[in-house]
Design a protein. Sequence first.
Length: 412
Amino acid sequence: MKQLFPRLSLAVALAVPALLAQAADQKQIERGEYLARASDCMACHTAPGGAPFAGGQPIVSPFGTIYGTNITPDKEHGIGQYSDDEFFAAVTQGKRRDGANLYPAMPYTSYHLMSREDSDAIHAYLQTVEPINRAAPVTSLSFPFNVRLGLMGWNMLYGKDVQLAPADGKSEAWKRGQYMVDVLGHCGECHTPRGLPGAMQQDKRLTGGLLNGYLAPSLLADDLAARGWTHQDLSTFLKHGMSAQGTMFNEMFPVFHNSTVGLNDQDLAAMATFLLGDQPPQARTLAAVPTDKLSASAQRGRQHYLNVCAGCHGVEGEGKPHIAVAMQGNTTLRLEDSRNLVRVIEDGIGEQKFAGFEHMQPMPAFADKLSTEQLADLVNYLRQAWGGQPTELAVNQVEQLKADASAEHKAH
């Protein structure tokens, strides 16, 4: 009996470090799962209907279609042979394990500011997902964009353009929000205009950018406030995909499902704090403009609205819960650039499933139901009655927006 206790003590002494290491590993994996969600990895690395992270998602760019790669731990087609160092180089420098350059559709231009600790955690998590032995479609761009060696020069010029703004005097929530928005969330990659070489124009950061024929609107604090956004509404929008200002659609819809819906309230609030500032500007409220105060075109558009829109969105634009968003306070109507409004009316929106049991029914397309003149009148009514836009679009301007959308569709 006397010898038993020393042996038990030795066994416990040997087991405790192993258990602590296992717990630490599990904690890192759980943290990596959260960070992978915050970084929206799934959106680009999961094809529609495909296995998570197995690649194949087409990413349309002005230079051709780029396919998201397989980042499951498969050793042949995935990242199963990547070390932590090699994974960090891929994420932050755009360097594959074989030394080739990744195309900047991979947002390493933002991720280059990711901490090594966060990169290692994401890598640890990805090593736990199901390995899928399948190659992603090969990206094939036209010359000279297919020459990966040429990306060396591009990276020297633009690879580290994204830099964090000075945080002196800012709250801890603002600093966390900056990291969530500018680095992990890489919001600027879509919400910043790009120049001819495909690089973000950093002097216009977050002022809005064109993406597949839609406008990713400005995220600057004053512009958000002008469109009616408050700190609470913005946090709610990120968490639930919908708020008093409308619902997420187009490219933001998968961002909601794959990323923001799974973030904790503290980080969502921090993102809103960074975007609107520690002292947010006053959100602009709008009152509906009476019909007799509208332009002639907008007055004609009122009848078109009653004919094709009011059944779902309400006679006075009040909307219907679980069916259609309100026009009153709708952020899309407040955009001076009306391409999103025109495209939504023309193309419609599929059924949208949000958090919990919330959903919105599909919105039909009206491209074959409204003439260009009728569309112009309807857009002018929506802009002027509820969007606070005093000017009106001429028919030829609407024709140009339609032509741009058609050209974008054919190109993709």
